[in-house]
Ligand binder design. Structure first.
Ligand SMILES: Cc1cc2nc3c(=O)[nH]c(=O)nc-3n(C[C@H](O)[C@H](O)[C@H](O)COP(=O)(O)OP(=O)(O)OC[C@H]3O[C@@H](n4cnc5c(N)ncnc54)[C@H](O)[C@@H]3O)c2cc1C
Length: 440
């Protein structure tokens, strides 16, 4: 009977422990979680703030008791792993209820500590970040008890955009600032124009190339020289991996604190695995390392690690495609493949179409902008991006499947679309990309 210790009880950690239990009824599995909650739906949090998602039981389906009853896995919340001794195969844990420290032995150690929000570090009571349900509760409480109206959202990554939309839908008055012109960085910058249009259509104020230089009470001073009053500030300025506690061990971290893993999600130390936002891995379709801090990767790794430890050890990860998607008011922004900033490392060509998402005569149509980048020599698809009110998710998911199978841009002519007027075209946008690429 193995002793399996897991660090982090949310997307990667709780999923991996559950997957191991599915395959192995006997091992002793214990998860240490430094914060209050386990296994909550991180991706739901912006929608909880907007009151779009109201059922707390669906967002937080487990507590340690329920989890143990269902899976016989022990979860210790408010227990932080502060160091790892990989020679002795132990972790040192602090129980934050009692401040007591103890060592726990492991046969296998699984690290899924995720990432923390970067902070602007102003000494202020009105600044918040959003990473977990405690943060969500704190934001909600502050809004309710402080008559919050004007909220400054700092940063325009996908979480900030979701938060801004949800604050607006809740009836508050958000303002967005971003320190450069490069908003929503996973999307091609010229395809982000609908973000600006959606803001302007709703009279939501925004400023690019803007930063906070000081916060004094509710008075905020900006780099531009402007001074404005806000009731609350939500900082969405990126994250860093939670790997400080690993530094004293022999586990190799890169210079940004990420753990680099192999295709079995093993670290450089036998029997120690890592997954989720803390790892770097590689792309599936091109020869580049990458870090994709999104939920699919954590779930896929959880299954593969469980197979390694408790099942079929021949299963390996084939790499990321980097699929991602965000809703911003009426629009969807989705892409797959290398990031726009990585394109310069390739000799590529690009084909795009911008036309109705479904048959033009059928009501409710809106235009969909679809763009595919392919390697000039091999003609393999290296990136695709789609922006529109309808059908962006479908096109990117189809192209993700194409990329998973190393299809070329020319192969897209053969994609047999499920067609009826409300959904697509007999010659779909994806087919059009294939036909258009023939002149390249
Ligand atoms: C607001 C928000 C919205 C998101 N929306 C999406 C989305 O729409 N789509 C998508 O694909 N992804 C989304 N994500 C990203 C996704 O949630 C993460 O990629 C995923 O949760 C990563 O899983 P993880 O296990 O690595 O980290 P987490 O799920 O963050 O879990 C890590 C846990 O480890 C704990 N921990 C850290 N250090 C220690 C320690 N030393 N000892 C004990 N416990 C420790 C932390 O407290 C944390 O609870 C979103 C994330 C957030 C915050």
């Amino acid at each position: 009977m193995s002793k399996i210790v897991v660090v982090g009880a949310v997307a990667g950690g709780a999923t991996c422990a559950s997957q191991i239990r599915r395959l192995d009824k006997d091992s002793d599995i214990i998860i240490f979680e430094k914060d209050r909650d386990m296994s909550f739906a991180n991706c739901a949090l912006p929608y909880v703030i907007g009151n779009v998602v109201n059922d707390r039981d669906l967002v937080l389906p487990y507590n340690p008791e329920k989890f143990y009853d269902k899976k016989e896995i022990t979860v210790k919340t408010y227990h932080e792993v502060i160091s790892i001794n990989d020679d002795k195969q132990t972790v040192t844990v602090v129980n934050h209820h009692t401040n007591e420290q103890f060592e726990e032995y492991f046969d296998y150690l699984i690290l899924s500590p995720g990432a923390s929000a970067n902070r602007l570090n102003f000494d202020s009571d009105i600044t918040f970040t959003l990473r977990n349900l405690e943060d969500t509760d704190a934001i909600d409480y502050y809004i309710k008890h402080n008559n919050v109206q004007r909220v400054l959202v700092v940063g325009a990554g996908y979480i900030s955009l979701e938060v801004l939309e949800n604050l607006y839908e809740r009836g508050l008055q958000p303002t967005l600032i971003h320190r450069s012109e490069q908003i929503n960085k996973l999307m091609d910058s010229d395809m982000n124009q609908p973000i600006i249009d959606e803001l302007e259509r709703r009279h939501i104020s925004y400023r690019l190339n803007e930063e906070i230089t000081n916060i004094n009470g509710n008075e905020i001073t900006f780099k531009s020289g402007k001074i404005e009053n806000y009731d609350m500030v939500i900082e969405g300025i990126g994250t860093h991996p939670n790997s400080k506690f690993i530094e004293g061990s022999n586990i190799t971290l890169d210079n940004k604190g990420f753990i680099s893993v192999n295709d079995k999600f093993e670290t450089n130390i036998p029997h120690i695995y890592a997954l989720g936002d803390v790892i770097t891995s590689h792309y599936r379709h091109v020869d580049l390392t990458t870090n994709v801090p999104l939920a699919w990767g954590a779930h896929r790794a959880a299954s593969i690690i469980a197979e390694q430890i408790a099942g079929d050890s021949s299963i390996e990860f084939k790499g990321f495609l980097g699929s991602n998607i965000v809703k911003f008011f009426d629009y969807t922004f989705a892409s797959v493949g290398i990031k726009p900033s990585e394109l310069s490392q390739f000799d590529y060509q690009m084909v795009e179409v911008n036309q109705g998402a479904h048959a033009n005569y059928y009501p409710g149509n809106s235009s969909l902008h679809l763009r595919v980048y392919f390697d000039t020599a091999s003609r393999q698809i290296i990136r695709a991006a789609a922006v529109g009110k309808e059908g962006a998710d479908k096109r990117i998911d189809v192209l993700s499947m194409a990329m998973m199978n190393n299809l070329t841009v020319d192969d897209l002519t053969e994609f047999e679309v499920a067609y009826a007027p409300p959904y697509s075209h007999p010659k779909d946008l994806i087919n059009m990309i294939g036909y258009k690429s023939q002149s390249h």
